[in-house]
Design a protein around this ligand. Structure first.
Ligand code: ATP
Ligand code: MG
Length: 559
C-alpha cells in the first residue's frame, strides 16, 4: 500500500479499495491520453499531474497515449509539442503509444463484431440517424439497415475501409439497444469514412474509429488498470464497458473508467479549439504566446515546472467542476520563484539622479547578494557611479510622512550602495523633472560595518548606473480576458472580452551582468516582479517577459 501523510483523494480511495480487493499492485497502470489537435493547456496539467502522480505514488507505469483518431484536426507538430511539455513538467512515460497503432486490431475486432451480429453498416445520412435517436424519455427508432446480413455487412465494411464508398455513404454502428435510457447506447457509431491522410498512417485507412470505440480498447490493449477522464464521459462509461466486454475474453484483465471534474481557470479559456481560434485570428502571436494558458505559453512566460505542479497538486482532483482563480496560479509561481530566482536591479520607468558629491568619472563595483532566500546563490558585483536611474514613482518633491521613498531634504538608502539625501531638482520648460540632485554619505556603504552604514533610514530604492545600464525590451503581460469566465456569458462570444491591455512593451534599464542571461532564465527585478528572458532575446536586443508582479495588483485594480 502506498504511504502518504495527506488524506487520500477520491481517486486514490478508488485505487486503495481495488487493492484491498482483487487488484495487485503490479497490475496498476495509468495513461495520459491527449488528442494531438492542439497544444496542452493548464487544464491538461491537472490530468498529467494526476496520472503521473499516481504512477509515482504507486510505482506504476504511465503511458503517454496519443488519441489520434481524427486526421482532420491532428498534426505531428502537436505530437512533438505535447511530448516536450510533459517532459518539461518533469514526468517520464513508460511507453509512447498511439491509438493509430491499434487501427488493425480495432478493425479485426469490428469484423468479429459484425460476424457476431454486434455491429452493422448503416447507409443512412447522419441527419437521418440523428432523427431516429429519440429523446432521453422516448426510445429511438431502429435503422432500416439494422438487420443486414453478415455477408453484406462484411463486404460493405471492407469497401468502406478501402475508400471505395463515398465519405458520407455509410457508417459502422454497434448493435446495442435503441430503447436504452442511455442515449449513447442507442447503436453508437464506431467508424466513419474519411478519405483523409493521417499524420502517421498516411493513406492506409479510409475509415477512422470514433472516440468511444478507440479509447477503451486502447486502454485494454495496453493493460491500463484505471482510465481517468473528465466528468462529461460519465455517461460513456456504460458503453466503454460494453465494448471492452465484446473484445475481451473471460478472465482478461479489464480497464475501468473513472471520472473527475475538469479544472477551469479564471480570465482565460481552457479548450484547445478556442485557443486555436486565438492563434488563427492573430489575437495572440502563437500557441506559446506568454499570455496563453498553454503549458508552452506559461513556460515562455517564466513559470517553472515546479510552480505548475504545485498548482495542480494544490487544487487536487474533485467531483464537481469549478473555477480556479488565476491569482492562485500566480501565487504558486511567486512562491517557487522566490526560492530560485536571483535578485537583480532594473529600472522600468526611469528618472535621472545625480549624486553631486560623488567624484565625476569614478565608478566602483559593489557587492550584491543574489538571493536572500538562498545563501548558496552567492553574490555578484554591480557598478555604481555618479549618475544613476531610479523609478519615477520613487521620488516626490514633497510628500507626506507615509511616503518612504525619496523626497527633498530626506534620506533613503540605495540598495547595496549608499544613503543619499534629496537636495534639488532640475525641470524642463513644462515643469517635468529631468534630474534629481542628491548628496551621498560616503561612509554609509552597505555591508561596510561602519556606524554610518548601520544607520536606519525609512526607504530602500533600487537603481541602475546609467553609464553601465543594459537597455532591454520589457514585455509586461496582463490577463488575456477582462471577464472571469469569458466563455460563460450568455449570448456573448469569448472573443468579445479580450483585454486590450494584455501586453505593454516598454524599455527597461538593467544591471549589466544580465547581458549574459540565457533564454528562459528567471530573475527577480527587485521591488518590481519576476521576469524571464524571452526567446526573442538577442545580445543586441535583450527581451524580458514579466512572469508575475511581486504582489497581486489585479485585486486592487478591480475595486
Ligand atoms: P480540449 O477541449 O481542450 O481539447 P480535451 O479533453 O478534448 O480538451 P484531450 O486531449 O482529449 O483534450 O485531453 C487529454 C486528457 O486531459 C483527458 O483525459 C482530459 O479529460 C484531460 N483534460 C482536458 N482538459 C482538462 C481540464 N480542463 N481539466 C482537467 N483535465 C482535463
Ligand atoms: Mg478532445
Amino acid at each position: 500500500m502506498a504511504e502518504g501523510k495527506k488524506s487520500l483523494n477520491f481517486i486514490e480511495q478508488i485505487i486503495e479499495e481495488d487493492l484491498s480487493k482483487d487488484y495487485k499492485q503490479e497490475e496498476l497502470k495509468f495513461r495520459f491520453p491527449p488528442e494531438p489537435n492542439g497544444y496542452l493547456h493548464i487544464g491538461h496539467a491537472s490530468s498529467i499531474c494526476l496520472n503521473f502522480g499516481l504512477g509515482e505514488r504507486y510505482d506504476a507505469p504511465v503511458n503517454l497515449r496519443f488519441d489520434d483518431t481524427n486526421p482532420m484536426k491532428e498534426e505531428q507538430e502537436y505530437v512533438d509539442a505535447i511530448k516536450k511539455d510533459v517532459e518539461w513538467l518533469g514526468f517520464k512515460w513508460a511507453k509512447e503509444c498511439y491509438a493509430s497503432d491499434y487501427f488493425q486490431q480495432l478493425y479485426d475486432w469490428a469484423v468479429e463484431m459484425i460476424k457476431n451480429s454486434d455491429a452493422y453498416v448503416d447507409s443512412q445520412t447522419s441527419e437521418e440517424i440523428a432523427e431516429q435517436k429519440g429523446t432521453p424519455t422516448e426510445p429511438g427508432k431502429e435503422s432500416p439497415y439494422r438487420n443486414r446480413s453478415v455477408g453484406e455487412n462484411l463486404a460493405l465494411f471492407e469497401q468502406m475501409k478501402n475508400g471505395e464508398t463515398p465519405e458520407r455513404g455509410h457508417v459502422l454502428r454497434a448493435k446495442i439497444d435503441m430503447a436504452s435510457p442511455n442515449m449513447l447506447m442507442r447503436d453508437p457509431v464506431m467508424y466513419r469514412c474519411l478519405h483523409k491522410s493521417h499524420h502517421r498512417t498516411g493513406n492506409d485507412w479510409m475509415i477512422y474509429p470514433m472516440y468511444d470505440w478507440a479509447h477503451g480498447q486502447s486502454d485494454f490493449i495496453e493493460g491500463v488498470s484505471h482510465s481517468f477522464c473528465t466528468l462529461e464521459f460519465l455517461p460513456h462509461r456504460e458503453l466503454y464497458n460494453w465494448f471492452v466486454e465484446k473484445v475481451s475474453k473471460p478472465g482478461d484483465f479489464k480497464p475501468k473508467q473513472r471520472e473527475f471534474a475538469r479544472r477551469n481557470l479564471s480570465h482565460t479559456v481552457v479548450s484547445k479549439r478556442k485557443l486555436l481560434q486565438l492563434v488563427e485570428k492573430g489575437i495572440v502571436d502563437s500557441w506559446d504566446d506568454p499570455r496563453m494558458p498553454t503549458i508552452s505559453g506559461l513556460r515562455r512566460r517564466g513559470y517553472t515546472p515546479a510552480s505548475i505542479r504545485k498548482f495542480a497538486d494544490s487544487i487536487g482532483v474533485g467531483k464537481r467542476e469549478n473555477l480556479i482563480d488565476v491569482a492562485h496560479l500566480e501565487f504558486c509561481a511567486r512562491e517557487d520563484l522566490n526560492k530560485v530566482a536571483p535578485r537583480v536591479m532594473a529600472v522600468l520607468d526611469p528618472v535621472k539622479l545625480v549624486i553631486t558629491n560623488y567624484p565625476e568619472g569614478e565608478e566602483e563595483w559593489l557587492e550584491a547578494e543574489n538571493n536572500p532566500e538562498d545563501e548558496s546563490a552567492g553574490s555578484r558585483k554591480i557598478p555604481f557611479s555618479r549618475e544613476i536611474y531610479i523609478e519615477k514613482e520613487d521620488f516626490k518633491e514633497e510628500a507626506n510622512r507615509k511616503f518612504f521613498r525619496l523626497t527633498l531634504g530626506k534620506e533613503v538608502r540605495l540598495k547595496n550602495a549608499y544613503i543619499i539625501k534629496g537636495e534639488s531638482v532640475v525641470k524642463d520648460d513644462n515643469g517635468n523633472i529631468t534630474e534629481i540632485h542628491c548628496t551621498y554619505d560616503p561612509k554609509s556603504k552597505s555591508g561596510s560595518g561602519t556606524e554610518e552604514s548601520l544607520r536606519k533610514v525609512k526607504g530602500t530604492l533600487h537603481w541602475v548606473s546609467i553609464k553601465h545600464a543594459l537597455e532591454a525590451e520589457i514585455r509586461l503581460y496582463d490577463r488575456l480576458f477582462t471577464e472571469e469566465v469569458p466563455d460563460g456569458i450568455k449570448d456573448k462570444d469569448y472573443l468579445d472580452f479580450i483585454n486590450p491591455d494584455s501586453l505593454q512593451i516598454t524599455t527597461g534599464y538593467l544591471e549589466p551582468g544580465l547581458k549574459n542571461a540565457e533564454i528562459g532564465e528567471n530573475v527577480q527585478f527587485q521591488r518590481i516582479g519576476y521576469f524571464c528572458v524571452d526567446k526573442d532575446s538577442t545580445t543586441a536586443k535583450p527581451v524580458f517577459n514579466r512572469t508575475v508582479s511581486l504582489r497581486d495588483s489585479w485585486a486592487k485594480k478591480k475595486k
